[in-house]
Design a protein around this ligand. Sequence first.
Ligand SMILES: Nc1ncnc2c1ncn2[C@@H]1O[C@H](COP(=O)(O)OP(=O)(O)OP(=O)(O)O)[C@@H](O)[C@H]1O
Ligand SMILES: [Mg+2]
Length: 248
Amino acid sequence: MHVSREGKEILKGVNLKTGPGEVHAIMGPNGSGKSTLAYTLLGHPKYQVTKGDILLDGESILKLKPDQRAKKGLFLGFQYPTEVSGVGYSHFLRTSYNALSKALQGDDREVFITVREFQKYLKGNLKRVGLPDEFLSRYLNEGFSGGEKKRSEVLQMAVLKPKISILDEPDSGLDIDAVQSVAKAISEVSTRDSAVFVITHYARILKYLNKLDFVHVFAKGRVVKTGDASLADELEKKGYDWITKELS
Ligand SMILES: Nc1ncnc2c1ncn2[C@@H]1O[C@H](COP(=O)(O)OP(=O)(O)OP(=O)(O)O)[C@@H](O)[C@H]1O
Ligand SMILES: [Mg+2]
């Protein structure tokens, strides 16, 4: 797919595919187009697909709005989550969960009749990502620290149970313990037949994942190399220069 923003071409022919339970890492230098890919997959209105398509189970989702894509099972954990004052955190999660449950079917989607039941489910998930229960009475992302915002994005993924998750730098700004619990939460999601894309600059979070099927390297709006988990270690040792040299 080719993608432009405000008339400037940013993605220049990216081709990726995934299947149930697959875990992919996307690495690459600043400005190489990783977040652009994430936004485009979820339908950010400023990104135009000028060539190519996005197929989910063989059907194009290009014409669908972000909420419709979410109802097809797509999820994005933002690199820079937005603070939404006035929107209660637990209300947001419950409303989202119910909206998705109407659209998505699956054995793992419990029906929570009461608010209390849902709160219990949320508390279990807060624990997994190391956030205190009092977050439930806060506004979405408002005043969350950098690391808390990241934990919260991963919590949303764990709670909402999407089919395909794209996590844009879930490990940036996290303390050492949090990297491990976030990786554990990601691994649990991928054992449910869901696919996960982890955009990251560091091999560390990837080491904590139970499995990692592919590592893709982005440069200048393209996937320039795909390998297995060992590619992440190689990148950490050698940087990106050798890949761009290999290509030129
Ligand atoms: N409106 C715009 N006009 C021109 N260039 C833009 C515009 N929006 C984004 N870009 C450029 O698109 C490129 C890709 O940005 P993107 O955020 O996808 O990179 P990234 O790989 O996620 O980087 P990082 O690792 O720093 O998060 C950058 O060079 C950015 O400056
Ligand atoms: Mg980015």
